[in-house]
Design a protein. Structure first.
Length: 64
Protein backbone atom coordinates (compact mmCIF):
# COMPACT_ATOMS: atom_id res chain seq x y z
CA UNK A 1 0.00 0.00 0.00
CA UNK A 2 1.24 3.44 -0.79
CA UNK A 3 1.32 6.44 1.52
CA UNK A 4 -1.86 8.01 0.08
CA UNK A 5 -3.82 4.78 0.56
CA UNK A 6 -2.59 4.42 4.14
CA UNK A 7 -3.52 8.03 4.89
CA UNK A 8 -7.00 7.63 3.42
CA UNK A 9 -7.66 4.44 5.36
CA UNK A 10 -6.35 6.09 8.54
CA UNK A 11 -8.81 8.95 8.05
CA UNK A 12 -11.69 6.48 7.66
CA UNK A 13 -10.79 4.70 10.90
CA UNK A 14 -10.07 7.94 12.77
CA UNK A 15 -13.47 9.32 11.76
CA UNK A 16 -15.09 6.06 12.92
CA UNK A 17 -13.30 6.26 16.26
CA UNK A 18 -14.38 9.88 16.74
CA UNK A 19 -18.00 9.05 15.90
CA UNK A 20 -18.08 6.10 18.33
CA UNK A 21 -16.44 8.15 21.09
CA UNK A 22 -18.92 10.97 20.56
CA UNK A 23 -21.80 8.49 20.67
CA UNK A 24 -20.69 6.98 23.97
CA UNK A 25 -19.62 10.18 25.75
CA UNK A 26 -22.24 12.74 24.71
CA UNK A 27 -24.58 13.21 27.71
CA UNK A 28 -27.52 14.19 25.48
CA UNK A 29 -27.18 10.96 23.50
CA UNK A 30 -26.51 8.89 26.61
CA UNK A 31 -29.63 10.13 28.38
CA UNK A 32 -31.95 9.43 25.49
CA UNK A 33 -30.63 6.09 24.21
CA UNK A 34 -30.31 2.67 25.75
CA UNK A 35 -27.15 0.61 25.95
CA UNK A 36 -28.38 -1.74 23.22
CA UNK A 37 -29.13 1.19 20.92
CA UNK A 38 -25.66 2.68 21.42
CA UNK A 39 -24.05 -0.72 20.86
CA UNK A 40 -26.07 -1.09 17.66
CA UNK A 41 -24.98 2.32 16.42
CA UNK A 42 -21.36 1.46 17.24
CA UNK A 43 -21.74 -1.71 15.19
CA UNK A 44 -23.19 0.34 12.33
CA UNK A 45 -20.27 2.80 12.44
CA UNK A 46 -17.69 0.00 12.50
CA UNK A 47 -19.36 -2.02 9.74
CA UNK A 48 -19.58 1.11 7.57
CA UNK A 49 -15.87 1.75 8.16
CA UNK A 50 -15.02 -1.84 7.23
CA UNK A 51 -16.97 -1.54 3.98
CA UNK A 52 -15.32 1.83 3.20
CA UNK A 53 -11.92 0.30 3.99
CA UNK A 54 -12.50 -2.57 1.55
CA UNK A 55 -13.85 -0.29 -1.19
CA UNK A 56 -10.91 2.11 -0.87
CA UNK A 57 -8.41 -0.75 -0.96
CA UNK A 58 -10.06 -2.21 -4.04
CA UNK A 59 -10.30 1.11 -5.92
CA UNK A 60 -6.78 2.23 -5.09
CA UNK A 61 -5.38 -1.27 -5.52
CA UNK A 62 -6.51 -1.34 -9.16
CA UNK A 63 -4.82 1.99 -9.84
CA UNK A 64 -1.43 0.97 -8.44
Amino acid sequence: MNVFQNALLSVVWLFTLIMCTDLWTDPAVGASTSLAERAGMTGLFVSTAVIAHLIIRRILGKNS
